[in-house]
Design a protein around this ligand. Structure first.
Ligand SMILES: Nc1ncnc2c1ncn2[C@@H]1O[C@H](COP(=O)(O)OP(=O)(O)OP(=O)(O)O)[C@@H](O)[C@H]1O
Length: 506
């Protein structure tokens, strides 16, 4: 059997930001018709490398070879002309437009008035991928999984045969993930090539043919999937053994720190999202909130944080009615910490530096300010201490947060919210985008915080993660809590039934 030719090869790629080398002599060969995964800890240089391939950055040194020809890619249009397409984590779509309008959007010389041929082509491509898509459906009415398919369709429509997918499953529900895996298999069968960035080792093991592991901007290893295993991948990635388990002692449960009684709220579209929901979290315990995404988890976190109004019911934080406390006061006066799901929009000031983001809501109070004077030295040393302990990969604390890798941005929010020693901590998808080493660290830190008496509401779509960390589990379905149980009595089967609205028989 002859080996498949390279669809893309990189030779000695260097990309610097100032004097910092985010990619340092990267060599990579991606076989045509394969699924090639890129793994690496937060800040290893994966996104930077993909941006070089897609023409968003130009390399400082090195060669890119596409289908055997050396090429220069200085903007995404040139990448597309070479058949290279990229699907970002945050889709670049216009929600008010239809599927077909989104697909043709930006095509040079395209008239949006006559779309009959385009409709046909969208249907054909969707069928080729094993799905049905109505080209006239408005984008905003589609579930995230289908919106992602439209992004992929958009690339195929432009004849891309090498698709770069940046953490594609991080936005999907478990059911959507299964469908997405089938889609990738179909793309591979059709001879297309996939470059997959992910932090999920089991995805790499299930899907990829080969994997490249990056570390500190360099290629640490390139392995055949058939010849490796998750433990080896984790070890190569973070440079040490990862335990994949946390020691979980019995909780010492105290008084309630969050009492929610019969609250109702609507989502951004004005549709009911919370429907008379009640829930209690006590100090010293981790309550895991389980549910299929879109059942009100996001809205619940926002109402507790004071970012969304409730139409009915009552929320008490540490024994006080939370009404009348804005988000900043819920932190300062009620002792609440909040790690939002959408860190870029809610949790960070991207254009400020790391030091300021570490004290985003506390810089006006001692020890960071006294009598109206801000103590910058104190803010800096505080940030240096936290960044060191939370292993934020950065150049220094004056670096702009926008320029950090996604995982390192998340570590800043976690550090800030946990280190304030809140009495109630609400964390929504806290490990999203984190590498396996960082996930282990976050879980241990949350358990340690619990042992100091903090009550934690841990919202996650990762069932395994909740079963590992939580003391108690509550299941949310259609905006209500439909079941609660100690984690020791929970099984994936029981939770699975409740999550889909079914009753337990025993
Ligand atoms: N525009 C920029 N200016 C300065 N430094 C940058 C810039 N973009 C990225 N970096 C730095 O380059 C390094 C690599 O970042 P990159 O986003 O490629 O990592 P990553 O492997 O994709 O990480 P993650 O898994 O967290 O997404 C990081 O240390 C980051 O701070």
């Amino acid at each position: 059997m002859t080996a498949a030719p390279d669809r893309l090869a990189l030779e000695g790629i260097v990309k610097q930001f100032g004097t910092f080398r985010a990619n340092d002599d990267v060599n990579l060969r991606i076989a045509k018709g394969s699924i090639h995964a890129i793994l690496g800890e937060n800040g290893a240089g994966k996104s930077t490398l993909m941006n070089v391939i897609y023409g968003l950055y130009e390399q400082d040194a090195g060669r890119i070879i596409s289908n055997g020809q050396e090429v220069r890619i200085t903007d995404p249009r040139e990448a597309m002309a070479l058949g290279i397409g990229m699907v970002h984590q945050h889709f670049k779509q216009v929600n008010t437009m239809s599927v077909v309008e989104n697909v043709v959007l930006g095509l040079p010389g395209k008239q949006i008035l006559d779309l009959d041929d385009d409709r046909r082509r969208v249907r054909e491509l969707a069928a080729e991928l094993g799905s049905e898509i109505d080209p006239d459906q408005p984008m905003w009415t589609l579930p995230i999984g289908t919106q992602q398919r439209v992004e992929i369709l958009k690339m195929l429509y432009r004849d891309a045969d090498l698709l770069i997918l940046d953490e594609p499953t991080s936005v999907l529900t478990p059911t959507e993930i299964r469908a997405f895996f089938d889609l990738l298999e179909k793309l591979r069968e059709s001879g297309r090539t996939i470059l997959l960035i992910t932090h999920k080792l089991d995805e790499v093991m299930d899907l990829a043919d080969r994997v490249t592991v990056m570390r500190l901007g360099r290629v640490e290893a390139e392995l055949e999937i058939a010849e490796t295993n998750p433990r080896e991948l984790a070890r190569v990635m973070v440079g040490r053994d990862v335990v994949f388990d946390v020691e979980h002692t019995a909780p010492k449960v105290g008084d309630p720190v969050l009492e929610i009684e019969g609250i109702s709220a609507v989502d951004n579209r004005g549709i009911g999202a919370l429907d008379g929901l009640s829930l209690t979290v006590r100090g010293g315990e981790i309550l895991g909130l389980v549910g299929i995404d879109g059942n009100g988890q996001g809205e619940l976190a926002e109402t507790i944080a004071g970012l969304r109004d409730i139409s009915k019911g009552r929320i008490s934080i540490c024994g006080q009615d939370a009404r009348g406390f804005d988000p900043a006061q819920r932190k300062s006066a009620l002792g609440m910490g909040y790690v939002p799901e959408d860190r870029q929009k809610v949790g960070l000031d991207l254009d400020s530096d790391i030091a300021f983001n570490m004290v985003l809501r506390s810089f006006r109070a001692p020890p960071f300010s006294r009598a109206g004077w801000i103590n910058f030295r104190k803010i800096r040393s505080h940030a240096e201490d936290l960044a060191g302990r939370y292993d934020v990969r950065m150049q220094n604390v004056s670096q702009r947060v926008r320029d950090l890798s996604g995982g390192n941005q998340q570590k800043i929010i976690l550090a800030r919210e946990i280190e304030d020693d809140p009495r109630l901590l609400v964390v929504a998808q806290p490990t999203k985008g984190l590498d396996v080493g960082a996930i282990e660290f976050v879980q241990r830190t949350l358990l340690a915080q619990r042992d100091r008496g903090t009550g934690v509401l841990y919202i996650s779509s990762e069932l395994e993660e909740l079963l590992l960390v939580a003391d108690r589990l509550a299941v949310i379905f259609k905006g209500r809590i439909v079941g609660e149980m100690p984690a020791s009595e929970a099984t994936s089967e029981k939770l699975g039934l409740l999550m889909t609205g079914k009753e337990l028989t025993t």
